[in-house]
Structures are given as C-alpha cells and as structure tokens.
Design a protein around this ligand. Structure first.
Ligand code: GLC
Length: 458
C-alpha cells in the first residue's frame, strides 16, 4: 500500500516549494531591459500632446495663476533608497529582488526627520512650493497606505510614522504650497514588464495606483500639486503610450472630484496642466505657450535620491537656468536628496540659501512676472514683465550695446537692478541698451513704460 500520507506530504512540500519559488521569482525584479538614460527618459516624457485629451479636466488660467506666479519649487526625493545611498533606481539597477529590498523598511528609522527644516530650506531659496516623493518606483509608500500592495508603507517600517502627514503639515506651517509626487510605476509587480501576459497581477498593480491616489487626495487636506512620474510600462515608450492601461482620464477625473484645483503634471499619460522638462540641459527656444517646469537635481551625480557624492551644480548655472526658464514661461523645480536620517546634506542647504539671496534681491524681475514681451535670444537675453515694467535679463553681451526689437510703447526710464548706469535709446527701429558695469552672470535692466505692458505672450 503506498504511503499516501507521505505522498500527500511530499506533494504538499513540493507545492510549497513551488509556491515559494514562484513567490520568490514573482517578487524578484524580472529580467528587463537596462535602465534608460536620463536623457532618453526626459525625451520620452517631454511631449504628451497625444495623451488622452480630456480637456474638461484642465484647470482654468485663473486657477493656474498662482502656480505661474510661484516660479520656484523644491523637489525632495526620499525613501528607502537613501539607506543603500546609490540613487533611487538602486533596486532596479542592482537587480535586488523585492523580498530582499523590502528588508530595508526594517532599518528605516530616520533620526532627524524634520519637515519644517526641509520647508525652511526651500523657503531660503525663495521657493513657493515643494514636491515630495510619496512613493517612487520601488513601491515603498512614505505615508500610511492601507492600499499598499503587501503593506509596503511607512507604517510597516521601523519608523511607524506617516512622513507625508509630517511633510504636509510642515510645508503648510512654513507657508509653502504642497506638492505630492507619485509613481504609478512599481517594480515589485512583474506585470509592470508584461501587462498583457499577467492580467491578474496587472489588475492589482493598477488598483494600487487608483487606491493610493485616492488616499493621497482625500486624507491630507488641500493638495496644491500632483506630480506623477512613470506612467510608463516596461520602461518603454511615452507615458501617453501607456494611457490605454492606466486610463489617466478616469484616474484624474477622480483626482478632480477630490481636489478640484490641484495642479497636475502630464506624466500620468494625461496632458496635464503644465509640461515637464527633466534634466539640467540648457533651455532654448521661444516662449512656450503651455506653462512648463524645468526639473533637475542640485547634485551632479546623476541620481535624485541621496548619494554620498555631493558635487553640486554651480550657483551661476542655477541662476541662468532659472532666468532661461522664467523668460520662456517656465517654472523651476530643484531637487534635493535627504540622507537616510532625513537630513538634507549641508552643501545643498548652502546652495539653496545662496540662490535665495539672489532670488530675494532680484525677485521683482522673476516672481509673479509673465514672459516677454520680447522673444528670448538663446544665450543672450530674455525678458519678463509685470505691470508697467519690462525686465531685461542679459546673460551675455554680444556687443557693448544690446539691441532689442521695436516696442509700440514708450520707455520712460531704464534702470539696472544689478548696478551701473544705463544708457538707452528708443527709436522706431528698436531699443538700444548699454550698461557701464554689466553683471558677470545676469545683468537685469528694468524698463519703465508709460502704461501697462501690452503683449501677446501672456
Ligand atoms: C526620472 C527618474 C526618476 C526621477 C524623475 C524626476 O524619471 O527616473 O528617478 O524621480 O526623473 O523627474
């Protein structure tokens, strides 16, 4: 007589082993194409004009005005990846299986998490808003998220703290607008790499995104910005290409019900209220019609999350990028990466402060302005205006006199905000400007007109 019990047990063991294997393999990051370079990611994400249009979801110009006035934000990339300190793509790049990666949560107990300190650092730069990663591609939620697949959230980490609650409260206390970053992409789901082949896993994957976006937009009071990243599938194509799977028009209709005025970026595959341009490459071209935002990291190591390599972008470059963004209808979102203890590295704090001294001093030519009336000339100058004043930002003087196009309004006065007397002449052919002592980075000249600036670029 066969030993059925052994047989049953044997089969049970074999089943458990198979199950464990499946779980292990299932939870491992599946073999996938190598991570795309930042430039490739940026290029794929720049234009989502083909995305599900749903124009009824777009905010009105009046509701976008505060964001366009704000100009400057501070981005924070923070999560479990601050522990291994190899950047926020560590899990994927180092092929760490999900089961292994999640052990980092047991060590995640930041000793100096101080959201007011983050917010003060942002304010010191002159920033009007912040955006914090509530959940990056590794799937770890920094907030209390019952909807998190497999309880991979802050409440199930060593810290047992809802960091997003702390951040939202801290930012509000410091009078900053509150932005939440969220990545629909989650490497823990094998379906991310094979949506059609793994329908059950894909359904759980999508459900998590809908449920977590619902949590984030219902539990933290008023949210000012929702910043999606990675509406991709399998790291391929554009965010808009994956719209058939995410249905961003349905997702964002829910967001609008919960947060009617939240400003939404385009990376869920829906066109969004503004465009995003990623990376610190020079900004060129004419004034862009749709509001947009340049975003990059203050460190030049290539990562957004904390890395010991703290080489920083030079201050002058930061100023020039800001001028180039603002004179082309853009905002700028500069990223910092706090360490595993929650501390923004000292060099980044200092850079923000130094930048803030400059944005504070020349803020009238930047904040709450609109671009134009003159189209920018790459590398040479760009203009902003507010009320009856035009601000000319000269980044390079090709000749001693800068020639601007003609203007149908009378210039009463020209003053250099950066010092040095200004000579100017206005003729039907244009405006000539000359400054005795130009600024080495950005000479700012205010032209006061005889009435409010009239322009078609608003
Ligand atoms: C890129 C990176 C991502 C980062 C994002 C910020 O898409 O993949 O890690 O969060 O840029 O814009």
């Amino acid at each position: 007589m066969p030993d059925t019990r052994t047989g049953i047990r044997g089969r049970a063991i074999a089943r458990s082993v198979a199950l464990l294997m499946a779980l292990y393999l299932g939870s491992a990051v599946p073999a996938a194409p190598p991570a795309p370079a930042d430039e490739a990611k940026a290029a794929a994400k720049i234009d989502n004009s083909a995305a599900a249009l749903a124009p009824e979801l777009k905010l009105s110009p009046a509701d976008m005005a505060w964001w366009r006035d704000a100009k400057l934000g501070v981005f924070v990339h923070w999560g479990l990846y601050a522990i291994p300190a190899k950047g926020e793509w560590y899990m994927f790049n180092a092929h760490v299986p999900a089961a292994e990666y999640r052990k980092l949560a047991d060590q995640f107990k930041p000793r100096h998490f101080d959201p007011d300190a983050w917010a003060r650092a942002a304010r010191s730069a002159g920033a009007r808003y912040m955006v914090v990663t509530t959940r990056h591609h590794d799937g770890f939620a920094l907030f209390d998220s019952p909807a998190s697949y497999d309880h991979f959230d802050a409440m199930h980490s060593a810290a047992h703290t809802d960091f997003i609650r702390g951040y939202v409260d801290g930012a509000r206390r410091q009078k900053l607008r509150v932005g939440l970053y969220y990545s629909p992409l989650d490497w823990r789901f094998p379906a991310y790499f094979d949506v059609k082949g793994l329908p059950e896993n894909a359904a759980a994957f999508r459900k998590q995104t809908y449920d977590q976006i619902s949590e984030l937009t219902t539990r933290y009071g008023k949210i000012d910005i929702l910043w999606y990243d990675g509406g991709w599938l399998a790291h391929k194509g554009t965010d808009a290409d994956a719209a058939w799977f995410w249905h961003p028009e349905i997702l964002n209709a829910m967001v609008r019900r919960n947060q009617p005025k939240v400003v939404i970026n385009p990376r869920s595959g829906w066109q969004g209220d503004f465009n995003t341009e990623e990376g610190s490459a020079p900004i060129t071209g004419p004034i862009r019609a749709k509001p947009w935002e340049k975003t990059f990291s203050l460190t030049i190591s290539g990562a957004w999350g904390y890395m010991p390599d703290q080489r920083l972008m030079p201050l002058d470059r930061l100023k020039m990028l800001f001028v180039d963004a603002v004179t082309r209808n853009g905002n700028m979102l500069v990223n910092v990466g706090p360490d595993a203890d929650g501390v923004i590295p000292e060099g980044q704090i200092r850079l923000l402060k130094a930048f803030g001294q400059w944005t504070g001093r020349y803020g009238e030519s930047l904040f709450a302005t609109r671009p134009g009336p003159f189209q920018p000339v790459d590398d040479v100058y760009g203009t902003t205006h507010r009320g009856s004043s035009i601000y000319v930002h000269v980044l390079r003087w090709p000749d001693a006199t800068l020639e601007l196009p003609p203007l149908g309004q009378k210039v009463l006065r020209a003053t250099s905000l950066t010092g040095g007397a200004v000579e100017f002449r206005q003729t039907p052919a244009g405006i000539g400007l000359r400054v005795l002592r130009p600024d080495p980075v950005d000479t700012i000249i205010r032209l006061d007109l005889d009435g409010p600036v009239v322009t078609s670029t608003d």
